[in-house]
Design a binder for this molecule. Structure first.
Ligand SMILES: [Zn+2]
Length: 319
């Protein structure tokens, strides 16, 4: 089985081929999840990813396969497993090959967890593939964030900036633990509606449907991260003028300081990817014969896998 980088990650066996997360539509494509850098129509995906794709892009062509089901796809046996990254995210099993897509072994409140499994070839993402990319346990970060938000709410409203699909809905679930309204922008609400339709109990109000009184009461406002960029505009000017406090959440908050470019009062390393230790632990659980790394710190992660786990590893090569 050959693995290489072209229009996505190609898995080839003789004349048979599958293309994982391609940049452009192509036959025999599989899309791992509905972040826009992965999303094309006409591919095989989970039913959850299909529903999110419809809302985010208006596109609806493609085939679906549920988690744990198996199908013959272009001459390979293909199945999906939970990747723990976002709602609908899948790891892809192709015969003896496991492709992780974006993964998080810790999982989330709105998706399952990625679990390692025996395979011959493992293709793993390396977003946080450097040994310096280590986060505190997710529950600790969640507790820190909740307690910061709770403290601010005693005085004023709080805005949290996050990516509009995945992170934002995860934050709705987390903030629903507090006894305050959770308010979201239209885009975030439209996506969250898909979660609700599939049985995930998220409670939120749309900002443009709030009464004047509700706008004045302390609430949690979840917005796309670009709304926190300096200088803030639109509803964020009103929010800041009214004394509202803002924070930004991303795994990168554990590494970079965003207070210069974002108008924020705090930041939290709340991630939907596994950190370095999680990636290494995942590889160990799979005990593969070969590992190919992709995205982010692929060279560094491959080196660490070779040196510390004694497993053959290298970044996926271009054809
Ligand atoms: Zn992603």
């Amino acid at each position: 089985m050959d693995v290489f980088l072209g229009n996505g990650i190609h898995v080839r066996d003789g004349i048979k081929e599958i293309v994982l997360d391609p940049k452009r539509p192509t036959p025999a494509a599989i899309v791992s999840h509905a972040h826009l850098d992965h999303l094309i129509q006409g591919a095989l995906m989970t039913p959850e990813t299909m529903e999110i794709m419809k809302v985010r892009t208006g596109l609806s062509e493609g085939a679906v396969l549920g988690y744990g089901e198996e199908m013959d796809f272009n001459g390979f046996t293909v199945s999906f497993r939970e990747a723990g990254h976002v709602f609908g995210s899948a790891m892809v099993r192709i015969n003896d090959v496991l492709y992780t897509g974006d993964l998080n072994p810790e999982g989330g409140l709105t998706c399952g967890k990625a679990k390692g499994e025996n395979c011959d070839i493992l293709i793993i993402e390396a977003t946080y593939g450097k040994p310096s990319f280590r986060f505190p346990p997710k529950q600790e970060i969640e507790n820190d964030l909740l307690s910061w938000v709770q403290t601010q709410l005693e005085e004023t409203a709080v805005a949290i900036g996050a990516y509009e699909f995945g992170k934002a809905q995860e934050l709705i679930a987390l903030m629903n633990r507090l006894d305050h309204d959770v308010v979201v922008t239209k885009k975030i609400a439209d996506i969250a509606d898909v979660y609700r339709a599939s049985g995930i109990p998220l409670e939120y109000k749309r900002f443009d449907e709030l009464t004047d009184q509700e706008r004045k009461e302390p609430h949690v406002f979840i917005v796309t991260k670009r709304k926190l960029k300096r200088p803030v505009s639109g509803e964020m000017v009103e929010f800041k003028d009214g004394g509202g406090k803002a924070c930004y959440v991303s795994g990168w908050c554990g590494i970079y300081n965003y207070t210069g470019s974002y108008d924020i009062d705090a930041q939290f390393p709340f991630s939907d990817h596994g950190d370095f230790d999680a990636l290494m632990g995942f590889v160990e659980d799979c005990s593969p014969n070969v590992v190919y790394t992709c995205h982010g710190s692929s060279r560094e992660l491959a080196g660490e896998i070779r040196d510390n786990l004694g497993i053959r590893a290298e970044p996926v090569k271009k054809l």
